[in-house]
Design a protein around this ligand. Structure first.
Ligand code: PLP
Length: 401
């Protein structure tokens, strides 16, 4: 067996299952889960229709790993409308089967494990695929902590120079999961300078880019590069997904865009890995990228939900409306003395509401787990259900004085 497999950590939901194994949820309340970050708004009908219409011819041949030119053009056209970017669909865009597999596969393409101390830097807390991708590529992850005093911006300055020197890949996540923080241009500039100095690749995970609460849409990685005159996007690749934007997590569709010198070897890797997108999925994806009305409506629903739920919770715990994403990243009240797992267990036992302990989304580094004492709440259910969960959480917290 590949010995690197033994380095993979249990997924947060597996740890949650174990945490709850000895808890009896209160039978007085119907179960509500804010645990899993899976979109639950309805999939638009026109996307389903495009999928079924493609069944006629779509299953009869092997798809090319590069995808149909029409799909790549639709992706590039969306990047143009959203960020003002002029990308070459043939060389700077590549469809992927959701951003998760692409985040993973990119590390396998980029990392040279024969170079001493191969390192992947990523935020802490973080989306667990970054760490697993680093391990299986033969690299060591370095956990860069997010700073609660700066709207959970990642403290890149805390990464020592000798770590940057051996870094081959940096994952950034903006808007962030679980913090919702959006990276401003100055932060991008700092990372581009570090990448230029040390030669590492930046993978920009942008799958929450369309769910935002401020007037201004989140800055994209390629957009930041363009604003700073980096028109070739050297060593930069952005990963975008339909899952959250269009409520199609089951479609498995997204794309990567950026440095053509990275896209080319990535396509080669993917050809051998066998990760071509089904023509049926490609047809549905073209329809989804070409439409913005459903995205505006989706965002409106999240905004309405967050506007209703956040004030209830912020009255009793340390939580605020994030820049973007569909998570609330809340501090547990002092009564629990930073014990996020105890909070989650007691809440389930007394009010049948599931939340995810923040410590499961982060790693202890330099003696500190930056997720400790926080919980992540995914507001993916309908507003009424999220409101009901929030009311129960308020009652739960108030019952402890
Ligand atoms: C930060 C982050 N990146 C990537 C993904 C993967 O999304 P998908 O593979 O559906 O595009 C998720 C899914 O929850 C996520 O939270």
């Amino acid at each position: 067996m590949n010995p690197l497999l033994s380095r993979l950590q249990p997924y947060p939901f597996e740890r949650l299952r174990q945490l709850f194994a000895t808890v009896t949820p209160s039978p007085d309340y119907p179960a509500i889960s804010l645990g899993i970050g899976e979109p639950r708004h309805a999939t638009p009908e026109f996307i389903k229709s495009a999928l079924t219409a493609a069944l006629g011819t779509g299953l009869a041949s092997y798809p090319a790993t590069a995808g149909e030119p029409t799909l790549r053009e639709a992706c590039a056209a969306w990047m143009q409308r959203r960020y003002g970017l002029e990308l070459n669909p043939a060389t700077q865009v590549l469809p992927v089967n959701g951003s998760r597999e692409a985040l993973f596969a990119l590390a396998q393409t980029v990392i040279d494990p024969t170079r001493a101390g191969a390192t992947v830097v990523h935020p802490n807390p973080f989306y667990q695929i970054y760490e697993g991708a680093a391990f299986l590529a033969g690299a060591q992850p370095y956990y860069a902590p997010s700073d609660p005093s700066r709207n959970f911006a990642v403290d890149w300055d805390s990464v020592p120079d000798d770590v940057w020197a051996r870094t081959q890949l940096l994952y950034v996540c903006s808007p962030g999961n679980p913090t919702g923080a959006v990276m401003p241009l100055a932060e991008w500039q700092k990372l581009f300078e570090l990448s230029d100095r040390h030669g590492f690749v930046i993978a920009s995970d942008e799958c929450y880019s369309e769910i935002y609460f401020r007037d201004e849409p989140p800055l994209g990685g390629l957009e930041a590069a363009m604003k700073l005159g980096r028109t070739e996007f050297r060593n930069l690749i952005a990963l975008t997904s339909l899952s959250k934007r269009s409520n199609v997590p089951g479609l498995r569709s997204g794309f990567v865009a950026g440095d053509a010198a990275l896209i080319k070897p990535f396509l080669l890797y993917r050809t051998y890995h066998g990760s071509a997108m089904s023509p049926v999925v490609q047809a549905a994806s073209i329809a989804a990228w070409n439409d913005e009305a459903h995205v505006v409506e989706n965002r409106r629903m999240y905004r309405e939900k967050f506007a209703a739920v956040t004030p209830l919770l912020s009255a009793v715990m340390d939580v605020a409306l994030p820049d973007a994403s569909f998570y609330l990243w809340a501090g547990v009240p002092a009564f629990w003395q930073g014990n996020d797992t105890a909070f989650a267990r007691e809440l389930l036992a007394q009010y049948n509401v599931t939340v995810l302990p923040g410590s499961y989304l982060a790693r202890e580094a330099a003696g500190h787990n930056p997720g400790q004492g926080r919980i992540r709440m995914a507001l993916v259910a309908e507003t009424a259900e999220c409101l009901e969960a929030a009311r129960r959480i308020v009652q739960f917290i108030l019952s402890r004085g």
